[in-house]
Design a protein around this ligand. Structure first.
Ligand SMILES: *Cc1c(COP(=O)(O)O)cnc(C)c1O
Length: 398
């Protein structure tokens, strides 16, 4: 908690509680410092170490680290062979990158609706949107709760689709006792500062499939190989020779980011525990308030929660969502909305997407608000958030 000032006998927070923030300690700073003094700033031992750590943690054979989850999703779509004319099914309740990755490849994102109780993509809606052009599903573990992985995997198998799990919210979540990472064909992580652990920026793709792994390696670094067995050109040219064998980008992560993420990985269990404690405190409080709808948890997911989304039952309140949001801000609690349905953005509208595509997602959007959730929150901070929500519901109750 920030320092409190006393104003009129009432404590006032010097700065607001935000919906998410990082927790960097001295060990993290030392880990970065060490790399800056070393020979390798990029493509060095810290990147290799992080790839091994993440693969082992996520229970996958391979990991490729990249500079963001956005890049991870793009590489995954490239590795899946997605191109013009193809369709990729995803959810509208996500960050735009989960759909943009299809556009990067010249394919068309297709939006399946959410389950109104769990807020995750509804497997039945995926099934309803499959056509002869569908190539992949990008399923997002929204707020950190695992999607219905077994159901989605079965649908993908039946229709020969590639299952890409956007696990930006869900690192350290377990599904049926197994950590996300090795459960889909490819699983993508984000290390942006609001996410569970951070590298400033950063991402990763995990897979068990060697062919996909080879393609991911090429996609994230110019399509260039140093491996003679992959070359068709002239390796006999000399020891300097490398070869570009496909198209790729520079999506590499630096060694100091990798060192920071590896250092943060040491506390991931602690972060998960604290996030779960806060979620429990919120659930206990908000389940008592009839005007607040709480996300339904599925028993298969032991969730490391990234976001805590409350849904206002606006029929029972005499305020709008905007009024509630502003009133929370006046209480020094800075909420955020996750998310505006992706296809509502003008860019998507210009591509021909229209409002009304996913009624559950649109109804959900109208009442939601993410309240602060991050491991560094004190019990007092958690109490303050609960107090602010309860007080405003009292004020606005019909
Ligand atoms: C944060 C986020 C991304 C993008 O991650 P970056 O690392 O910032 O590129 C993609 N998908 C979801 C669901 C996210 O929350």
């Amino acid at each position: 908690m920030e320092k409190l000032a006393i104003e009129g006998g009432y404590p006032v927070r010097g700065s607001k509680l935000y919906y998410g923030r990082q927790w960097i300690n001295e060990d993290d700073i030392h880990a970065v410092d060490e790399v800056l003094r070393s020979d390798f700033l990029t493509c060095g031992p810290k990147v290799d170490e992080l790839e091994r750590t993440l693969a082992e943690f996520g229970g996958a054979r391979y990991a490729v680290v990249v500079n963001s989850d956005t890049s991870a999703l793009h590489c995954a779509c490239m590795a899946a062979g997605i191109g013009p004319g193809d369709e990729v099914i995803t959810t509208p309740i996500t960050f735009a990158a989960s759909a943009n990755c299809a556009l990067y490849c010249g394919a068309r994102p297709v939006f399946a609706d959410i389950d109104p109780r769990t807020y995750n993509i509804d497997p039945e809606s995926i099934r309803a949107h499959i056509t002869e052009h569908t190539k992949a599903v990008v399923a997002v573990d929204f707020t950190g709760q695992a999607v219905q992985i077994d159901e989605i995997r079965a649908i993908c198998k039946e229709h020969h689709l590639v299952f890409i799990e956007d696990a930006a919210h869900s690192i350290a979540t377990e599904y049926k006792g197994k950590r996300v990472g090795g459960l889909a064909d490819m699983t993508c992580f984000s290390f942006h500062p609001v996410k569970t652990i951070t590298g400033g920026e950063g991402g990763a793709i995990l897979t068990n499939d060697e062919k996909l792994y080879q393609k991911l390696v090429l996609a994230h670094s110019h399509g260039i190989t140093h491996d003679e067995s992959q070359m068709e050109g002239a390796p006999h040219e000399g020891p300097w020779y490398y070869e570009q064998i496909s198209i790729g980008y520079n999506y590499r992560m630096t060694d100091f980011q990798a060192a920071l993420i590896s250092s943060q990985m040491k506390r991931i269990g602690e972060f998960k525990k604290r996030r779960q404690e806060i979620v429990k405190a919120y659930n206990d409080a908000f389940n008592q308030i009839p005007e607040i709808i709480v996300q339904q948890e599925i028993p298969e997911s032991d969730t490391c929660r990234h976001l805590y989304v409350i849904q206002l039952d606006l029929k029972k309140l005499k305020c709008s969502r905007r009024e509630f949001f502003d009133a929370m801000s006046a209480e020094n609690v800075q909420c955020q909305i996750h998310y505006v349905p992706v296809y509502w953005f003008p860019y998507y509208e210009h591509l021909g997407y229209q409002k009304g595509l996913c009624p559950n997602a649109e109804a959900f959007y109208k009442g939601i608000m993410s309240v602060p959730l991050y491991p560094k929150m004190t019990d007092q901070d958690v109490h303050d958030v609960i107090h602010a929500v309860s007080k405003l519901v009292e004020n606005y109750r019909k």
